[in-house]
Design a protein around this ligand. Structure first.
Ligand code: DGL
Length: 261
């Protein structure tokens, strides 16, 4: 069984791609909906949330865990890799590889949560891999709330106004490639693409799912099942999740003990 973890709905963008590529694998999804957003919090708190979440997933003895969260991948992945016995896949490196392959004018943008942008891991990876790149970054924290609210239609007036304000700097900079460094953001790709026509959008969750699929040894070991856990408000999650996953979602089960939250 492969576990996919995010703070909320965003990781479904990675799960959808992983399910498409690995139809014979069993998956479980965990969204830490009691504590979303992660991206506005300190690195120390994000690491603590990630540890508690992985302790919960570890009980199921997953074959691998896909950290379908740009924030946790940026802030906590090396620490988590030391702590757990199963392989962990994050979104950062696969997205960076895809962006390096996609750019033609060597001007690459990164958008993510505040925590992701402040910790600078995307920038550092891009510059290390390709010192010839100019890298531009912006935190877009409202995109997380818009995605969780389901205000994601390409012509949604609120989402479009926020996108115009956040993304104008990339128009000015002439970036030809933009990493969606938060897994919630592909839910808004219609809105983003209208503000940045012609720019290649890199879906970091989907890139990570491809990385995972390529790395798994041998044929699928499951029956294609899917189970879903959240730490709060399962009904709200279920209502929006199906739209993003493109398949029926099993009823989410409440996870993490109330006293741990
Ligand atoms: N989906 C997340 C990410 O990729 C986190 C959003 C949040 O919890 O702030 O960064």
């Amino acid at each position: 069984m492969i576990a996919v973890y995010d703070s909320g709905l965003g990781g479904l963008t990675a799960l959808r791609e992983a399910r498409r590529l690995l139809p014979g694998e069993d998956f479980m999804y965990f969204g830490d909906t009691a504590r979303i957003p992660y991206g506005t919090r300190s690195a120390e708190i994000i690491r603590a949330y990630a540890r508690q979440s992985l302790d919960f997933l570890a009980v199921f003895s997953p074959e691998a865990v896909l950290i379908a969260c740009g924030t946790v991948s940026s802030v906590a992945l090396p620490m988590l890799k030391e702590r757990y016995p199963f392989p962990l896949y994050g979104v950062l490196q696969p997205a960076v590889r895809a962006a390096c392959a996609a750019t033609r004018n060597r001007r690459v943008g990164v958008i993510g949560t505040q925590a992701t942008v402040s910790c600078g891991r995307f920038r550092a990876e891009l510059e290390e891999k390709r010192p010839d790149l100019s890298v531009f970054q912006a935190a877009c924290p409202l995109f997380v709330s818009l995605a969780e609210e389901g205000w994601t239609a390409p012509d949604d007036p609120v989402a479009s106004a926020a996108a115009r304000r956040y993304l104008d700097c990339f128009l000015q900079a002439g970036t030809d490639t933009l990493i969606l460094g938060c897994t919630h953001f592909p839910l808004l790709s219609g809105v983003i693409q209208r503000i940045l026509p012609g720019v290649t959008l890199i879906d970091s969750g989907a890139c990570a799912a491809r990385d995972l699929a390529a790395a798994l040894p041998g044929p699928a070991s499951g029956r294609g099942t899917l189970s879903c856990y959240v730490s709060d408000a399962p009904e709200h999650f279920a209502r929006l999740a199906e739209r993003f996953l493109n398949e029926p979602l099993p009823r989410p089960t409440l996870a993490l003990s109330r006293s741990a939250l």
